[in-house]
Design a protein around this ligand. Structure first.
Ligand SMILES: C=CC1=C(C)c2cc3[nH]c(cc4nc(cc5[nH]c(cc1n2)c(C)c5CCC(=O)O)C(CCC(=O)O)=C4C)c(C)c3C=C
Ligand SMILES: [Fe+2]
Ligand SMILES: [Fe+2]
Length: 368
């Protein structure tokens, strides 16, 4: 078998395009143990996720974790699964479609938006294949993670490099590292909170929950913790909140190691025990709702808070397909596409392409 992938067919004159590759984590294909085993097996074998030496980890993963976790996780996924599929996938596909349509008001030159996942489907390989088949010789990688983390952003870049290592005709690549402090992202978050408060009134406290990572990532130089803290501070400033009115916490601990603190579960317990009348919880680090927000935050978090004496609990949904967020995505993309796209209609190029299409259609009909 050839080492390098077969290149897509190319004819002289084919119009080169710019690709925007939305990169996300991935999700199982179905809410059942079999699909979960496949997904978790790929996810948890990534060194960006688990750094334990392979000979020990392979044993733990295959003999313990992949025996117990798939069934338990599948039950949780089943609680949030929609008729269209996994919430993460449904939301990310919607973002792709919306971004593509919103960008048409800002870009006049040819572009394509695709979605690729680090684990599961649609794979990075299939996304890059689709972009190359549409003659994208320049690709902007747009990770759907506002805060840079080795375990999310860099893991998605690894998945892309792995594909490119087996590609003969490699496109130009630009990557977006982070946008945790981008004014349009902060404003999109702030407007979603304000909208919630306009209908439901203000809570005693706004809890901002970010996905956690092991503490040693921070100690070894991963900027994720600092970027989460900055997002939290900027969101509080945009909402005019005092230090007593908000709290930052980290969720989704996995394994026995120490993770970033404060843990969300203990924060909710403490707020419950303090008889807090009402808290609102938002997850600014997730651009779309997924298992970690819909089950862990909206359901499990509510149970923890209220079973410890807390009052009302509101979960504020992720940005998903909100107009302000898609516009923010456009701003972020445009800033990173400078020199690659044009906002002016190129009549000469359009005429050339129209002629070429007509010539090819005629050649085809003559052949037939
Ligand atoms: C903000 C981005 C994320 C970071 C950083 C991150 C790090 C990280 N995650 C795990 C372990 C798991 N995460 C799981 C689900 C999951 N994680 C993120 C995002 C980040 N993870 C998302 C969006 C999701 C949801 C996916 C979905 O399908 O909805 C899971 C799987 C679910 C389960 O079985 O509980 C695991 C496991 C580690 C170990 C880690 C950092 C080292
Ligand atoms: Fe995770
Ligand atoms: Fe979780």
């Amino acid at each position: 078998m050839a080492y390098y992938k077969v290149e897509p067919p190319y004819q002289h004159g084919d119009q080169a395009k710019v690709g925007i590759l939305l990169a996300n984590l991935g999700t199982p294909d179905a809410p059942d143990a079999k699909a979960l085993k496949r997904y978790l097996g790929q996810f948890l074998m990534d060194r960006r996720i688990v750094e334990i030496p392979r000979f020990i980890w392979c044993w733990i993963l295959h003999c313990i974790i992949l025996v117990i976790r798939p069934k338990k996780s599948a039950e949780k996924y089943a609680m949030v699964w929609t008729s269209e599929g996994s919430p993460l996938m449904v939301n990310a596909q919607k973002q792709k479609t919306l971004l593509s349509s919103f960008l048409s008001k800002r870009i006049a030159s040819p572009y394509v938006v695709e979605l690729g996942m680090s684990y599961g489907n649609p794979s990075m390989a299939s996304a890059i294949e689709r972009l190359k088949a549409q003659h994208c010789n320049k690709i902007l990688v747009f990770p759907l993670y506002p805060q840079y983390a080795s375990s999310s952003t860099a893991a998605s870049l690894d998945a892309i490099w792995k594909v490119l290592l087996k590609t003969r005709n490699v496109p130009a690549i630009r990557t977006i590292r982070n946008y945790h402090d981008h004014p349009a992202y902060i404003q999109a978050l702030a407007s979603s909170v304000q909208e919630h408060w306009a209908t439901n009134g203000k809570p005693s406290k706004l809890v901002m929950s970010f996905h956690g990572v092991p503490k040693f990532h921070l100690l070894k130089g991963d900027p994720y913790h600092c970027e989460c803290m900055k997002t939290g501070r900027l969101l509080a400033e945009a909402l005019n909140l005092s230090k007593q009115e908000y709290q930052i916490a980290f969720q989704s601990r996995f394994g026995k190691q120490e993770w970033l603190k404060p843990y969300l579960a203990s924060t909710l317990e403490d707020l419950g025990k303090a008889k807090t009348e009402r808290i609102d919880v938002i997850c600014p680090g997730f651009s779309s709702d997924c298992l970690e927000t819909l089950e862990e935050i909206a359901m499990e978090g509510k149970h923890i808070f209220q079973s410890h004496g807390g009052g009302e609990y509101h979960y504020i949904p992720c940005l998903n397909g909100r107009e302000a967020w898609i516009n923010a995505m456009c701003d972020i993309a445009m800033e990173n596409l400078q020199g690659w796209v044009s906002s002016e209609w190129n009549a000469q190029e359009a005429e050339k392409q129209a002629k070429l299409t007509a010539q090819r259609a005629q050649a085809l009909s003559e052949k037939a």
